[in-house]
Design a protein around this ligand. Structure first.
Ligand code: NZQ
Ligand code: ZN
Length: 387
């Protein structure tokens, strides 16, 4: 196990009706506020009215900017930065999922910066200042409600790139599982897929002696496997929604990184896929992850056998370790299919015509991946396995 520092500063406010207290939490952190949200879902569900009523009741002075799309765009971030500068905004409340939260984080970083905020994404320059962000979460998925990262797509060249800084970790996250009852099945599936991927990126590590965090990750994956069918059978199953929502946060708040390295190659490849084709992040991951696994499992077959046995209850002859590992990957693919996710590029109507571009973009800053270091040819091989 490595040495580590751990801090999870986001105040989590979890449970029924918690959105009605939003104004009081916002008031603690800001005097002039931007209310940031996505497309129509929060207006349709009535959440928008709940938030506006709560802000008004607490006497919060706010302006608003909606219109964030999945795979959030840089142009709206620029718009938000201009608005915040003009209105002297000092805090952003993001109401939505990872896309809205990431857009809010990018705006927050740009408010006190004189250049183009894209500099941070493209050149990786250190972030020195950010206004605060708070969250009302509507979809358990990206884990952005308590993470230190944000991912934005630049329409100019379709580059999807991320930033990371402790300064953008949200100050609070209001999480009412009831707000997720309105999620379409497909978005529920995408969310579960992303959470599962965040767990696997951490699980497939070369760090040794990490039994406790291995077990925590396995428990988190098993909780998803157990509760996913329940929310598909009954979208209003509060307890199952709550379990998934809480796993989503823990999967990405840094707790499961303690003392161990992660891989993140599948996320890197997927970001190129959703940057270019604008598919949902969770759907891209269910395509890329099994292909990555088939490509790298022999690097540490013991870890893949452990995954198969402890997470998916594979019970095969131990003398054929490859068969056990591959059966684990097969059961993962079955799990994805059961939650309505694609497992091949062809399921998402994507062919091989852009493979070269995808692999070049993924590796334009060098090799990546810790469990297995990948260059351009490796990415091409993984994409072929995903066809
Ligand atoms: O825009 P609206 O109308 O709200 O619809 C959204 C959107 O179309 C809908 N939705 C959300 N909550 C709903 C709802 N519909 C009905 N009822 C509700 N309660 O769902 C759609 C997807 O929303 P989005 O915010 O895009 O989903 P998600 O949370 O999966 O975020 C995905 C983004 O996060 C990034 C991804 O790359 C992607 O851009 N990630 C961010 C991370 C981070 N900051 O730490 C880590 C992740 O690995 C990921 O890369
Ligand atoms: Zn993700």
């Amino acid at each position: 196990m490595f040495n580590f520092n751990f801090s999870a500063p986001t105040e989590i406010v979890f449970g029924k009706d918690t959105q009605h207290g939003t104004g009081e939490y916002v008031k603690k952190h800001g005097s002039k506020v931007l209310l940031h949200y996505g497309g129509g879902s929060i207006k349709k569900s009535g959440l928008y009215n709940d938030i506006v009523n709560s802000l008004n009741k607490s006497g919060v002075d706010f302006v608003e900017l909606g219109g964030v799309v999945p795979n959030p765009r840089l142009s709206l971030v620029h718009e938000g930065i201009d608005l915040c500068k003009r209105e002297a905004v000092d805090f952003i409340i993001a109401v939505g999922g990872g896309s809205v939260i990431d857009s809010a984080k990018a705006i927050a970083v740009g408010v006190n910066y004189d250049g183009d905020v894209w500099d941070f994404f493209e050149r990786g320059i250190p972030i020195e200042s950010s206004i605060g962000v708070g969250v009302v979460l509507t979809i358990p998925a990206a884990g952005s409600e308590s993470s230190s990262s944000a991912v934005i797509t630049n329409e100019d060249g379709l580059y999807k790139r991320g930033i990371g800084s402790e300064l953008i970790v949200p100050r609070f996250a209001i999480m009412n599982p009831e707000l997720t009852f309105t999620l379409p099945e497909y978005q529920t599936g995408c969310g579960i897929s992303d959470i599962f991927a965040h767990l696997m990126e951490r699980y497939f590590t070369n760090t040794t002696n990490v039994d406790y965090s291995d077990r925590l990750i396995e428990a988190s994956m098993r909780t998803l496997i157990y509760n996913a069918p329940k929310v598909f059978a009954n979208p209003n199953d509060y307890d199952a929604r709550a379990e998934i929502m809480w796993v989503g946060t823990i999967a990405h708040n840094g707790l499961l990184d303690c003392g161990r390295g992660g891989d993140w190659a599948s996320h890197n490849i997927e970001h190129e896929l959703s940057g270019l084709y604008d598919i949902a992040h969770g759907a891209g991951l269910s395509i890329i992850f099994p292909a990555w696994m088939k490509y790298v499992y022999q690097n540490d077959i013991g870890r893949f056998v452990q995954f198969a046995v402890r997470v998916f209850d594979v019970d095969l002859a131990y003398e054929d370790l490859s068969a056990v590992a591959l059966e684990g990957i097969k059961r993962l693919e079955k799990f994805y299919q059961n939650i309505g996710m694609p497992i091949r590029l062809s399921d998402a109507d994507i062919g091989d015509s852009d493979f070269d571009q995808l692999a070049s973009k993924a590796t334009d800053r060098g090799n990546f991946g810790s469990f297995a270091s990948l260059g351009k040819d490796d990415v091409l091989s993984i994409l072929k396995l995903a066809l």
